[in-house]
Design a protein around this ligand. Structure first.
Ligand code: 2P0
Length: 355
């Protein structure tokens, strides 16, 4: 009961993900329902992830949140929606460490203190909100004893926090189906291949800038939906076909197709940003040099050796195969000699590789 000095807590970790078919634009702002489906690659949590600790105690008087050491307001509807949905699915829990017994209905009034940290720069276009909300929802579900049978619903709940977060609850390759229903119940992410499926796919991240981006994804995509005629063509006539082609390329380990579609979709996403009024620029001169480097190599060889993709920021995510990774690194280091400038790291899906 209230007044007793107990605290129960859980810690969880969730990885970031990088879209190869981009989500950009909502058909429903409140439920965060997208105008098209998307596909992403989940990174290894040792590399880019969020770690969240959640404590519950009758001594707490309000839900409070600290992000990377700074307290932030939980008044946002996005936090409230995630908390409400998990609280509604809470169960009786006997905490192993303290022996405290918390009843299902207690979770509705127990207040939480939440501490979350990213191991990479926030809001620099490296999907920090994806890892953050996926981690929040996953850790809350653990703390509140949410039943296994609700596991599939966690993706839709994470989506209420941030669209891309619904793709961070699985490893490997993940598809977020845009869904058809008005309540968003079928707008969920599903794994299309696990983290061991494509072992020789190598991911490089070229951090061009760790500065906070100027236009947030949320407001940027809102402006694109309102002003870009091109976005509607993309969502209706381009993406559905690309989703199928990408699923196929992943299933067959077809690097040429994977690379071609990945670059094309990144470029089309940035084209819709340019088609927005006023236009949104996420790529800078360094980003464009990285695009040139990959395009030149692919043209020289007559087939894709590497692929690039850029989110809402200038940092590049590059894909290549294990057998080509040292060649890509050579080219990168030739064009961008070490420091100051671009910081490079290399990963494989689901496994950390240090250079
Ligand atoms: C993606 N991005 O598919 C795309 C590509 C950025 C470019 O998802 O408003 O932070 O929270 O749903 O998820 C960024 O959008 O936006 C994003 P909200 P979110 O990864």
């Amino acid at each position: 009961g209230s007044g007793e000095a107990w605290v129960v807590m859980r810690t969880g970790r969730a990885p970031s993900n990088i879209a190869v078919i981009k989500y950009w634009g909502k058909r429903d702002e409140k439920l965060i329902l997208p105008v098209n489906s998307s596909i992403s690659v989940t990174l290894n949590p040792d590399d880019l992830s969020a770690t969240t600790t959640i404590a519950a105690s009758p001594a707490f008087v309000a839900d409070r949140l600290w992000l990377n050491g700074k307290e932030v307001s939980m008044e946002s509807q996005r936090y409230k929606n995630c908390l409400r949905e998990i609280r509604e699915r809470a169960n009786d829990v006997v905490d192993e460490q303290t022996g405290v017994h918390i009843k299902r209905e207690d979770w509705l009034k127990l207040k939480l203190h939440i501490v979350s940290e990213n191991n990479f720069p926030t809001a620099a276009g490296l999907a920090s909100s994806a890892a953050g909300f996926a981690c929040l929802v996953y850790t809350l579900a653990q703390l509140m004893g949410v039943n296994e049978r609700y596991q599939g619903e966690l993706s839709a709940i994470a989506r209420l926090g941030s669209g891309s977060a619904c793709r961070s609850l699985d490893g490997g390759f993940v598809k977020w189906d845009m869904g058809q229903k008005e309540d968003g119940a079928d707008s969920i992410a599903v794994q299309i291949a696990n983290e061991t499926h494509w072992k020789d796919l190598v991911i490089f991240i070229a951090v061009v800038s760790s500065r906070q981006k100027e236009v947030s994804s949320t407001s940027g995509m809102q402006e694109t939906v309102q002003t870009s005629p091109f976005l509607h063509f993309r969502a209706k006539d381009v993406v559905p076909k690309r989703i199928k082609e990408m699923e196929d390329a992943v299933a067959r380990h077809d690097f040429s197709s994977f690379a071609r579609i990945t670059c094309a979709d990144s470029n089309q996403f940035h084209a819709t940003c340019l088609d927005t009024s006023p236009p949104i620029f996420y790529l800078n001169d360094t980003s464009k040099r990285l695009i040139g480097l990959v395009e030149r190599w692919n043209t020289q060889e007559g087939s894709p050796q590497a692929a690039y993709t850029f989110d809402a920021g200038p940092n590049a995510v590059l894909f290549t195969t294990e057998s080509n990774s040292s060649l890509l690194l050579q080219r990168l280091l030739f064009q961008f000699p070490p420091a100051p400038g671009v910081v490079l790291s290399s990963y494989v899906v689901g496994d950390l590789k240090t250079l």
